[in-house]
Write a protein that binds this ligand. Structure first.
Ligand code: ZN
Length: 235
């Protein structure tokens, strides 16, 4: 799944077909053999470079592969009883959203919709009595960030938050219920700010009020933590 998500993240923003075409080096076009597509191992074995032309492969691949593994392991260890498979599917969808947002500042609607549908299925199968709490969470999450988007545009006269972020926050509210939304927003904002500061210190660019920061990855991470920590807190 991690390898598939990396493929999705590298091709979706460019509008390339992400299922049909065979994997190849993006620099010299050399097709990759099956053993060169083995997750994590093959990347390490080639030290992240193409065997033919030496071009470094995108770091997105190992990151997504490790991320896919971490999603499965953390779901197996911490997911609420009876939701391990649904949690994995939810986590992988979040990982895909995060990876695509990091690369292109996009949170594609079909992936947000998939995560929402998985959430509806989860509520229906495991918490049918608590549907109201989750439904309110979905609506509240979407409306809160929509309000932030509109107020920022009104006050500053430019776009500050994408609509995809509001949709993703709504999806997370649907999964964890409205009571956990403040936790998610706090963790997402703090981790996003820390990451932006670290990235600007490591890189050359300085951090300004107009520097674009992908918020989706941090929302996704905070939502994942909130979903998995729910049962821990209850226990
Ligand atoms: Zn090459």
């Amino acid at each position: 799944m991690g390898a598939f998500i990396a493929r999705l993240a590298m091709r979706w923003p460019e509008g390339e077909p992400w299922l049909a075409r065979r994997s190849a080096c993006r620099s010299c076009g050399k097709p990759l053999q099956w053993w060169e597509l083995l997750p994590i191992v093959s990347w390490l074995a080639r030290r992240g470079k193409c065997r033919q032309c030496g071009t470094p492969f995108p770091w997105m691949r190992p990151v997504c592969e490790v991320g896919g593994l971490l999603v499965a392991l953390s779901a197996w260890a911490f997911a609420p009883d009876g939701t391990v498979i649904l949690s994995c599917l939810f986590g992988w969808t979040l990982l895909a959203l995060a990876a695509i947002d990091l690369r292109s500042f996009l949170l594609p609607d079909p992936l947000n919709l998939l995560a929402a549908l998985l959430g509806v299925l989860m509520i229906w199968l495991t918490q049918p009595d608590a549907w109201a709490e989750h439904l309110i969470g979905g609506a509240a999450g979407y409306l809160v960030l929509l309000a932030v988007e509109f107020s920022y545009r009104f006050i500053r006269g430019r776009d500050g938050l994408g609509r995809g972020d509001a949709k993703l926050f709504g999806v997370l509210g649907l999964w964890v219920g409205w009571m956990r939304l403040p936790d998610i927003l706090l963790v997402a904002s703090l981790s996003g700010i820390v990451a932006a500061i670290v990235a600007s210190r490591l890189g050359s660019g300085s951090l300004k009020g107009t520097t674009a920061i992908a918020f989706g990855p941090w929302l996704a991470l905070a939502g994942w933590i909130a979903w998995l920590s729910g049962p821990l807190l209850v226990r």
